[in-house]
Design a protein around this ligand. Structure first.
Ligand code: EPZ
Length: 419
């Protein structure tokens, strides 16, 4: 298994480009199944989860072609297999996103139940309940969700928990349903809005995406379009934290600062100077050690859970004490155990981690457990004394395009060690 070797102590400086958002590309690629004609998607990040999605679509018989600029063309017309098998779903839970489109466009779907993962049980009961309300017959057979429905009908669905992919699955299903669907307590993440904009471009009738109530009037069919995925706000936030932690100056171009307000607020609270433009954002740590910040994760526009691990790492070397409260997932402190191996002083009490900042961390061999935990270990390696070796970095490759190239461009001493 590949590892990343990072020699700490460099103050990062420079600017990099944000890649397309993984968590928008995945639902949009699933949404291509709804189209009656080929769809082109650009600004798709070159990530493990994206290639897994291509594999899944290809297995269904969908034609996926890529041009040299990572422009993707998806032609769903040759589809012949309405199934997402366990061997693919177990590597990427977001495969569940094909359920709504398959059911709505083709009237049936067999999708392996995604198991839990390192950060929590992550059930899909809200996805299933909403589709049942829209008239689907859904059973679980040998670990697969088996769903059938001649044609879904519009319904008013109140989701008991704010769920990003749950909202996305039901949003996609509703575009071809018969009548009006109202999704209440909908997720407001920018990636949900990007998916809605993609569906609207294909001819869907959607109002209110980006708010907690989305109204969809079903149409007969959707036509392929050419759509560019929005920039990745979590990737952007991760590199900005790297700038703040190393006391450096990092600018991320082709980004969307408005998607990151809660994160930028916390970066300012840590003492970094934040400046933004139309499509860029810059953090200047001013050569100083960051100040500790306290935060509580929440659905958008609250502080994103996907940035929690990165701020835990920042607090590990900050001045003072910060309390990190995780309210979305029940087990999203796996990175703490690894940071402690590097000397971090962190105490976990339920869903709260109290972090007493240390003047320095010490490099150690550490192991990635999930995508954002692995990012926090890379960040810790950037400031630790010595050479940190991060193992199981296939987790990193799921969500960070060219991470070592981007960090090296900013001056980091980082290399990939073939495992
Ligand atoms: C999406 O996951 C993201 N993944 C996650 O990003 C992100 O952490 C999460 O949203 C929260 O923002 C993608 O978009 C592909 P949820 P998702 O459904 O949709 C509970 C990353 O690092 N829930 O919003 O799976 C669930 O257990 C990944 O890029 C139910 O109870 O998350 C959790 O506690 C990690 N029943 C809460 O809702 C359901 O049917 C929020 O989960 C669905 C969810």
């Amino acid at each position: 298994m590949d590892k990343l070797s990072i020699t700490g102590g460099v103050r990062l400086a420079g600017d990099i480009r944000a890649s397309g958002a993984k968590n928008a590309a995945l639902p949009i690629l699933a949404g291509t199944l709804l189209a009656s004609t080929p769809v082109r998607v650009s600004n798709v990040p070159h990530l493990r989860d994206v290639t897994t999605t291509f594999e899944l679509l290809g297995k269904m018989g969908v034609r996926v072609t890529m041009d040299e600029r990572m422009g993707i063309e998806v032609d769903p017309r040759p589809i012949h297999d309405l199934c997402a098998p366990y061997e693919l779903v177990k590597t990427m839970r977001a495969s569940i996103l094909v359920l709504g489109p398959l059911l709505s466009r083709y009237g049936e779907a067999r999708v392996s139940l995604p198991g839990g993962c390192a950060i929590g049980a992550r059930p899909v009961d809200i996805h299933v309940a909403g589709l049942r309300q829209m008239g689907a017959e859904i059973d679980v057979e040998k670990g697969d969700i088996v769903a059938r429905c001649k044609r879904l009908r519009g319904a008013t669905v109140v989701m008991e928990t704010v769920t990003v992919t749950g909202t996305e699955n039901l949003l996609m299903a509703a575009t071809l349903a018969n009548g009006r669907t109202v999704l209440k307590n909908a997720a407001r993440e920018p990636e949900v809005l990007d998916l809605a904009n993609f569906l609207i471009a294909m001819g869907a009738r959607i109002e209110g995406a980006g708010t907690d109530t989305i109204v969809i009037d079903g149409v007969a069919q959707l036509e392929g379009v050419d759509y560019a995925v929005l920039p990745d706000r979590i990737e952007t936030g991760t590199y900005l934290v790297a700038g703040a932690m190393t006391g450096g100056r990092v600018r991320v171009r082709e980004a969307r600062p408005t998607d990151l307000e809660a994160v930028l607020e916390k970066l300012e609270a840590s003492g970094a100077q934040v400046t933004t433009g139309e499509d860029w954002v810059e953090v200047d740590g001013g050569g100083r050690r960051p100040r500790a910040v306290s935060l509580t994760t929440a659905p958008h526009p609250g502080f994103p859970t996907d940035m929690q691990a990165q701020f835990t790492a920042l607090n590990a070397i900050a001045e003072g004490t910060g309390v990190i409260e995780e309210t979305i997932f029940e087990n999203r402190f796996m990175h703490v155990l690894e940071l402690q191996r590097m000397g971090a002083d962190i105490r976990i009490d339920g869903n709260k981690a109290t972090v007493h900042g240390k003047a320095f961390l010490t490099a150690a061999p550490v192991m990635a457990t999930d995508l954002r935990a692995s990012a926090s270990l890379v960040l810790a390696g950037l400031v630790a004394r010595g050479d940190t070796l991060v193992d199981r970095i296939y987790h990193v490759d799921r969500g960070y395009e060219q991470i070592e190239e981007k960090l090296a461009h900013l001056g980091a001493r980082i290399s990939r060690v073939p495992g």
